[in-house]
Design a protein around this ligand. Structure first.
Ligand code: PLP
Length: 284
């Protein structure tokens, strides 16, 4: 079934939606994106995603073609037109079409595209079985805090994981884990502390990460924001990832070494439940 997508002010069948070959998103990966999850036809943490979108745009000196209110309206209209119950909305803004030049155009006309994604995110089988991850070197650029569309290295990482019979890869820089290819990475120490890398330009400031850490603290869990090694992770009690479309998903194996008894751990399970309850209750 063809989707209705949003392109620069118009709702169109996906096969009629067109972008210029001169679009800087296409030529230079000069664009940013967000993925907001949808549960029961409602947006989870829309405000967090809208704020991070604005931050990414500001860091790249790129104009925002829509206000936050307009963006919410477009998201809702798209969900309604596509009858989306569960999945996500993908949003991309680029600096638009301009003659090919490394320098930004003086008067950019940004491109904005949104489309829906149908996914079973609440009942994902991986939430029950857990993920197997491998470690790979982090070879991305240095501004991972900006959510740009230059995702080739993460794609390569997913392919390396697939070739190794794993589900995903955790990236390692200077001996410590940065994050997963499309998610933030966590371990739970044997004495029950949740450890995840502190925010910096080295990782994406996950919207799910912020919510999950707040909920963990509200539930009296101890959170330590610091780097950890693959070896520490392999010897941890539990591990898990977070992202908008995976919520909290347990990790049960790292580079072939099973964590604990090889089954998802209780803290990851509990955090997933707490997160999903709040996500459903607060979705707009
Ligand atoms: N880290 C990376 C590299 C990502 O690509 C993503 C999501 O796409 C995340 C972390 C998780 O961010 P969020 O929770 O906002 O989806």
């Amino acid at each position: 079934m063809s989707r209705i997508v949003y392109v620069n002010g118009e709702y169109l069948p996906e096969e009629d939606a067109k972008i210029s070959v001169f679009d800087r998103g296409f030529l230079f990966a000069d664009g940013v994106y967000e993925v907001t999850s949808v549960l029961n036809g409602k947006l989870v943490d829309f405000d967090g995603h809208a704020r991070r979108l604005q931050r990414s745009l500001d860091e790249l000196d790129m104009p925002n073609p829509v206000t936050t209110e307009e963006l919410l309206e477009i998201n809702r209209e798209l969900i309604a037109r596509n009858g989306l119950d569960e999945g996500g909305v993908y949003l991309q803004i680029t600096r638009g079409a301009a003659d090919r030049d490394f320098a930004y155009p003086a008067d950019p006309k940004p491109t904005i595209v949104l489309f829906t994604l149908v996914m079973n995110i609440s009942g994902s089988p991986k939430a029950e079985t857990g993920l197997k991850v491998i470690s790979i070197e982090d070879q991305r650029w240095g501004r991972r805090d900006i959510k740009t569309v230059q995702l080739l290295y993460p794609s390569m990482g997913k392919m390396m994981a697939k070739a190794a019979g794993a589900d995903d890869a955790w990236m390692v820089e200077e001996g410590v884990v940065t994050e997963g290819t499309s998610n933030n990475a966590y371990i739970v120490t044997k004495d029950g502390k949740i450890v995840t890398r502190q925010l910096s330009n080295a990782i994406l400031h996950g919207i799910t990460r912020a919510a999950v850490l707040r909920m963990a603290e509200e539930a009296q869990m101890v959170v330590e924001e610091r780097p950890f090694t693959i070896e520490e992770a392999q010897n941890a009690a539990e591990a898990f990832i977070t992202s908008a479309t995976t919520f909290v998903t347990p990790v049960v194996e790292i580079d072939g070494a099973a964590l604990g008894d090889g089954a998802p751990g209780p803290i990851a399970k509990r955090l997933r439940e707490i997160y999903m309850d709040e996500a459903r209750a607060k979705a707009i």
